[in-house]
Design a protein around this ligand. Structure first.
Ligand code: SAM
Length: 223
């Protein structure tokens, strides 16, 4: 039997930057646009939706405000603070790895994984996520992934972010702090982009659609 994939975890410095008000505000302001573009808001309000690598659950909170009521978020046990606080939360929290779901087969109408593939630590773990998502989706269910594409503009944006220019505003300072903690695995992810595209194409999902925008791709596949 092969060893289970190794799971990497974010540092305390990463969590501090990620949870800062200035970055959280910016993220929240883009959720509606991204989820609409990914087609998620066309799902009926009764849909059972899983957000894999949900972080603070900001996308789930947005979906709850949109009228969705069967919401589950999954993130690593080490993700501190808010994700594990149940107070006032309108979604269930599952503490597990994206590479080994604690769910039975065919129980979700839609599974979302946003801004997190590059955190998973390599193509082997992304392949494990694709398998888990396929297993846990109902027939006809949708898997949606959003993350960076590899493109010259994306590389340029990160080069600027890692330069002294990023010291100019509070937002770019915090964004740089977060991304300095991601630097190694982020570039490794970008270097493996062709392999990721190949994985998406050979996955068992049908009717898949890959839309590339300036910084991000939107991928949807149907079980
Ligand atoms: C950039 S955040 C994205 C959060 C949220 N999806 C969003 O779009 O705002 C990446 C998240 O991936 C989580 N993560 C990293 N590796 C993971 C794994 N193996 N299993 C589950 N979550 C993981 C981290 O704890 C973190 O919360």
């Amino acid at each position: 039997m092969s060893a289970p994939p190794e799971v990497r975890r974010e540092t305390a410095v990463w969590h501090e930057a990620y949870q800062s008000d200035v970055l959280a505000r910016r993220r929240r302001s883009s959720h509606a646009r991204k989820l609409r573009r990914a087609g998620l808001l066309s799902m009926t309000r009764e849909s059972r939706i899983l957000d894999v690598c949900c972080g603070e659950g900001e996308m789930l909170e947005f979906l709850a405000r949109e009228g969705y009521s069967s919401l589950v978020g999954l993130d690593l046990p080490a993700a501190p603070g808010k994700a594990e606080e149940a107070k006032g939360r309108r979604w269930h929290y599952a503490s597990a790895s994206a590479t080994a779901f604690p769910f039975r087969a065919e129980c979700f109408d839609c599974i979302l994984c946003a801004h997190s593939l590059h955190h998973l630590g390599g193509l082997g773990n992304i392949e494990a996520l694709l398998k888990e998502a396929y297993h846990s989706l109902k027939p006809g269910g949708r898997f949606i992934m959003i993350d960076h594409i590899d493109a010259p503009l994306v590389r340029l944006a990160f080069a600027v972010l890692f330069s002294p220019l990023a010291g100019l505003t509070q937002f770019t300072r915090m964004f740089r702090q977060q991304h300095l903690e991601e630097k190694d695995f982020l570039y490794d992810y970008l270097d493996h982009w062709p392999g990721l595209e190949a994985l998406m194409r050979k996955s068992p999902f049908r009717n898949f659609k890959l839309e590339k925008k300036l910084f991000f791709f939107y991928w949807t596949g149907t079980k």
